[in-house]
Design a binder for this molecule. Structure first.
Ligand code: GTP
Ligand code: MG
Length: 201
């Protein structure tokens, strides 16, 4: 398994650790399951702080994995219960990070398997495309819907994306609860990490 430790929490890009390793981050609507997926992915419960209430992660949290790459837990977007000022602050923090972090290899965008495609997510994907930020998609909480239904939901989502996109990113259908889809994600990231081995960032 992975050797993992928490590095630090940052409230802005300038506070993030030196960009000395390839980096992957997870993002998505508040409460979609980013922190929970990081724990399942890295095999350590309680590493990233989770909550049943949205708005738990409010900082940029770096974890170092195998002394080789960073995994980053980001705050969610679209959480209506915090003030407009706070929402804007989180949005700016995420955008500053996404646009300027030089070692960010790929971003995982999490989507709740149970929901119809949400405009806020579709708009965010367009913004990533416009800014040439590579991403993959992760459908979460597949256990709540049933794995087969979650796979169908992901297939339906892809069809919606194909109205706007000519190519599709890698897609993973996961349950942090049951562990489904997580190994596939590990393999995908491992292969990207390997391709950076020995390269200067
Ligand atoms: P913020 O930090 O607030 O943006 O949320 P987050 O996206 O990090 O969500 P978090 O990981 O804190 O999870 C939110 C809730 O969803 C928690 O109650 C988790 O237990 C639950 N959850 C996350 N993933 C799964 C899953 O795969 N299956 C089930 N059943 N519940 C999940
Ligand atoms: Mg979180």
């Amino acid at each position: 398994m992975f050797q993992v430790s928490f590095v630090k929490s940052a409230s802005k890009l300038a506070e993030c650790p030196e960009p000395a390793y390839p980096e992957f981050a997870l993002i998505g609507r508040s409460n979609v399951g980013k922190s929970t997926l990081i724990n399942a992915f890295l095999g350590q419960k309680g590493l990233a702080k989770t909550s049943s209430r949205p708005g738990k992660t409010l900082l940029i949290n770096h974890f170092i994995v195998n002394q080789k790459w960073f995994m980053v837990d980001l705050p969610g977007y679209g959480f209506a219960k915090v003030s407009k000022v706070q929402q804007q602050k989180l949005k700016s923090m995420n955008m500053e990070y996404l646009l300027n972090r030089p070692n960010l290899v790929c971003l995982g965008v999490l989507i709740d398997s149970r929901l119809e495609p949400q405009q806020i997510d579709l708009d965010f994907l367009v913004w990533l495309g416009q800014n040439e930020i590579p991403f993959f998609l992760v459908f979460t909480k597949a256990d709540k819907l049933g794995y087969t239904k979650a796979q169908s939901a992901a297939a339906a989502y892809k069809k919606v994306l194909l109205k706007q996109w000519s190519t599709l990113p890698p897609v993973f259908v996961t349950s942090a609860e049951r562990g489904q889809g997580i190994d596939e994600m590990r393999q995908y990231i491992a292969q990207l990490v390997d391709s950076y081995e020995g390269q200067s960032l």
